[in-house]
Design a protein around this ligand. Structure first.
Ligand SMILES: Nc1ncnc2c1ncn2[C@@H]1O[C@H](COP(=O)(O)OP(=O)(O)OP(=O)(O)O)[C@@H](O)[C@H]1O
Length: 343
């Protein structure tokens, strides 16, 4: 029987612009691509399918593109080129994604579940179970910017598993929890697997990968190096890491620099993203953005300096003469001083 594809990456590439400063970033919205800064291809021509009910691991050294894939898969960022097909609803659990720092634990739960389309009554019904799973006590009332990474992960995991997703993407979220929480998460993942859900798992831990995954995708500097049986790919990756760690420092640097340089070079073959127009800014959007930025600077100036906007519209004759202003200020100062002395 043919397996149903849950996630398909077809010639997917992701380009990031390497900005020197914030103003470069704003300028890039308006400049043609040819005049912009250097770019970096975090993913190049990535192809894979993930099937219904599979648990697939993403492995690779730092910067190899694992989180870029998990973010594209979860709709957090768009691909630059190629096509991504997702058959179902994805829920991403990652330490740095999806939770809003200034909001409390409770507020984050409500916000995330509302975004998943749940009604208030459904959220209220799920709340006790989420609180129980996260097990962070009174911290539920605190803004999550005060949480440790383990606590964020607990809350993120608790929320995501209660959204009942078709595809669960877990990006390094297990690596920061303590062993009790880890066990709880693994039990939940096993429950998901047994229920036939699809899981994508990003981790640096080969032990976790071998224990939980059916297949592994090994990413290497933005490209797929191997896809296959979890045990086999994990062993090959382990062998590579051991080999690499055994190399002299100068060789390691040369190896890394060579790949990074290649990642800065333009694409040789371009595969269009069929959904690109969904993400592209139209000229209308650009004009509206310019107007909004101009208005923000305009009002920001008045808020920052304490001047009144109405002052702009006053006839110049109505404005007090310079010496008059000085006189008023002096009178006020004397008045305040007098009050202070009498008090
Ligand atoms: N916003 C960005 N702007 C520029 N480069 C970026 C951006 N985000 C990621 N990158 C680069 O893209 C590459 C892939 O990053 P990604 O976070 O996907 O790697 P990773 O495999 O998840 O790494 P790690 O194991 O360290 O989490 C890295 O070289 C990173 O520096």
């Amino acid at each position: 029987m043919a397996k149903n594809i849950k996630v398909a990456f077809k010639h997917v590439s992701k380009e990031y612009d390497l900005y020197q400063n914030k103003s470069d970033k704003i300028k890039s919205l308006f400049l043609p691509k040819s005049k912009q800064n250097q770019s970096f291809w975090a993913l190049r021509d990535v192809n894979f399918n993930i099937y219904d009910g599979e648990t697939v691991g993403l492995i690779g050294i730092n910067g190899s593109g694992k989180s870029t894939i998990s973010n594209i898969m979860s709709g957090v960022i768009p691909p630059t080129q190629g096509e991504v097909v997702i058959n179902g609803e994805t829920s991403l659990i990652a330490i740095a994604v999806g939770l809003k720092g200034p909001l409390t634990g409770y507020e984050n739960v409500r916000l995330k579940l509302l975004m998943h389309g749940l009604k208030t009554s459904e959220i209220n019904a799920l709340m006790p179970s989420i609180i129980d799973f996260a097990d962070i006590g009174d911290f539920m009332n605190q803004p999550i910017q005060n949480y440790s990474s383990g606590m964020r992960s607990r809350l993120g995991f608790a929320i995501s598993v209660h959204t009942d997703p078709d595809i669960l993407v877990i990006d390094e979220a297990l690596s920061v929890g303590d062993s009790t929480f880890y066990k709880k998460c693994v039990d939940k993942i096993t429950e998901f697997k047994e229920a036939g859900r699809t899981i994508v798992f990003v981790s640096h831990s080969l032990g976790q990968m071998k224990g939980l995954c059916d297949r592994i995708i090994w990413m290497h500097y933005g490209q797929v190096r191997e896809i296959g049986d979890a045990q086999e790919v994990a062993d090959k990756y382990d062998e590579f890491v051991r080999w690499f760690n055994g190399q002299p420092k100068s060789y390691k640097k040369e190896y890394q620099d060579d790949y990074k340089t290649t990642q800065k070079q333009p694409q040789k073959v371009n595969y269009p993203n069929p959904n690109a127009n969904k993400y592209r800014l139209s000229w209308f959007d650009k004009i509206m953005m310019t107007l909004l930025i101009a208005l923000a600077i305009f009002f920001g100036y008045f808020v920052g300096t304490g001047h009144s906007v109405m002052g702009l519209f006053k006839a110049s004759d109505d404005r007090p003469a310079e010496n008059q202003v000085v006189k008023t200020a002096t009178t006020e100062t004397i008045h305040i001083e007098t009050n202070k002395t009498t008090a």
